[in-house]
Every structure is written in C-alpha cells, then in structure tokens.
Design a protein around this ligand. Sequence first.
Ligand code: AMP
Ligand code: ZN
Ligand code: FE
Ligand code: FE
Length: 278
Amino acid sequence: MKYIDLHAHTTASDGTLTPRELVAYAAEKGLAAVAITDHDTVEGAARSGELEREYGVEVVPGIEISAEYFGYGIHILGYFIDPASPAMARVLDWVLGERERRNRQIIELMRADGVNVSAAALRERWPGAVIGRPHLAAALVENGLCASVQESFDRFLSEGKKYYRPRTYLPLDTAFECIRAAGGKAVFAHPLQYGMGERALLALTKRLVDAGCVGMECLYSGYTPEQSEYLRGIARRFGLCVTGGSDFHGGRKPHIDLGSGTGELAVPYELLERLRGW
Ligand code: AMP
Ligand code: ZN
Ligand code: FE
Ligand code: FE
C-alpha cells in the first residue's frame, strides 16, 4: 500500500524544513506523494516540479489560505495550483500586506514592553518566510520571556492575550476564486479545529460547498477513527472528496511527523487519485 501526506508546511511559511528538505524527508519516509501547503504563499510550492523529478516523490503544489466566516479564520487548502498564477499572486499580495500591518502592531506592543524585536530582525532570522504569530512567539522565547512557543501563545499571542491583534482575513469567496483562478481544487482543512458544534459545522460545510469546495480533510493528525468516520459521513452527504494530511511543521510542532501525524495517521495514495479526478 502506498501512503501520502497532503498537508505540510515549509520555511516559506512556518515550517522548519526547506521545500527540498521536506521532499527529501518524504522520500526517506517512503511516501508516494507530499503536498506543499504553506500559509498564504506559493514560494515553496513553486519548487514542486523540480523536487519531484529530483527525489522521485510526487509533489503536489498547494497552499493553505485563511478565510473569514463569521469571525472564524477558516483554513482552505488548494491543490494542483499553478504557482505562477498572476490572479493568485494579486490576492496573496493583499494578504501579505495585511499580515505586515498586523505584525507591525504586535511588534510595537512587544517593544513597548522592552522586547528586542523588529520587522527587519525577523526577516533576517526567517529569510523568505511569511512572518506570522509563530515567528513572533519564537522571538519571545529568544528574548527569554517564555520557555516555549506554546507558552508564548498561551500567555501572550492567543486571542484575548496581551500581544494578540486580529488580522483581516480574506472574504471566503475571494479565497475560493483565487484557488480556482490558479487552476486548483479547494479542500476544507481540519474541520474539527474550529471548535464548532455539529449544526455550525454543517452550515459552514454547506457554505463552503456553495463557494466551490470539492473536498474535506477527514484524516488529520490526532483525529480518532471515530472522528474521521464522522467527517467522512459529512463529506459523503455533501458530495465532497475525502483527503488527509498531517499538517507537518517540522521542529515547530515536533509531536507531528510527516505522513504519520501523531502516530495514527495513514493516508492512502488512492485519495490523491480520487481528488485529481473529482
Ligand atoms: P497567524 O496566521 O500569524 O495568525 O498564525 C497562526 C498560526 O499560529 C497557526 O497556523 C498555528 O500554527 C499557530 N497557532 C495559533 N494559535 C496557536 C496556539 N494557541 N498555540 C500554538 N500555536 C498556535
Ligand atoms: Zn502553520
Ligand atoms: Fe491550518
Ligand atoms: Fe497547516
């Protein structure tokens, strides 16, 4: 049986492996395919073709975009996207500008407290990365204010905490249009991560399907067989293709491994074939 991982981050966003290291690691793990799905950027995915040839692992160019739904930041995965799409680039430029605006606010708050951090230092520390809260959390650790990135989030960067600032997410329909314009297929990421009850989850799923969603990430790190089965039921009901991935971030989330997640994950290759034909 061949296995795959359709959800992985690289140094282009908040993963710790470069695209090359990620694909090499996928090869080492014996995976048949891996998707590069960085937050709000295709810089890593743009290397897909070259890395696929080099390592003999199928590499799916993807993205993970945050979009707004009643105040929630919903994550939408895009697969088989053209990283050179100008329409997608225009949308991502807006997202990056909005992230920079929010980063500046957070940096100002931290500096007012004497934290040694600046936009320039972050860019130098994480070259080419879409800078977000994980990097700001790391800065708190490096300043000795927190022992871990998790503690930084818990004490300072989670919603409602001192250094939290909201960012304006893309309108839901814009996120889908941009994936479609880049020739991609849109998938609802980790549906159980939003803390929604069943009614809300079903309403959201319907809204996403209406916007052009074709798949649901039913297999995900930490989801029990019962939870995955529950999600498969919803996917079936809405005519969605079932997908799966670990949300690998390398050393930033060391408890999650590529392919196997927290140990239980196994995504058969067949799901990629089905998504391709959906
Ligand atoms: P941003 O897109 O800049 O708001 O950062 C979001 C990322 O921060 C997510 O993809 C997670 O990897 C991470 N994150 C968000 N909330 C937490 C939390 N409470 N604990 C640890 N990591 C978090
Ligand atoms: Zn991430
Ligand atoms: Fe996500
Ligand atoms: Fe992710």
